[in-house]
Design a protein. Sequence first.
Length: 160
Amino acid sequence: MSMGCCRISLFSIILVVIASTFSPGVLDAEEGQFRIDMAPPVIRFDGATRWLTVRTDIPYRTVQKDMPVVLSLDGGENAISAQTASQDAKGNLVARFAIQDVKNFLNLKLDRENILVFECFSENGDALTGKQEVKVIQKGNPEEKSQIPSSKFQAPNLKQ
């Protein structure tokens, strides 16, 4: 095999890798899943908390604005829409859900971990999802408060 043939083959491989890496709208199942952080991570049925806030690492500019941002239990049929969806200081999507809607419509299981699934759509129509376990309790408990992990994120600047 001549050296010219190897250069052409290597060039072809590099070109294919670059084209597949930077093609817009190409999302496989792994790439469509994002990291999320829900606050509070423990939902108290007797609590006074008004909002469940979901912070993501999804760039807000890539989110389809005319489609709802939703939350469901284990990806089930019952889903609720976010009251607000905006961007944080880093430009990532942040959504707020009324805690009363979460309690009333998602059939959460008490004294257990519940997997909440967050979903929105990219401008290309691809589903963007993230999951997180949250514990649901009936009443406040000092032991529960000590088990709540601290958030890795700064509170977003959300306008009402």
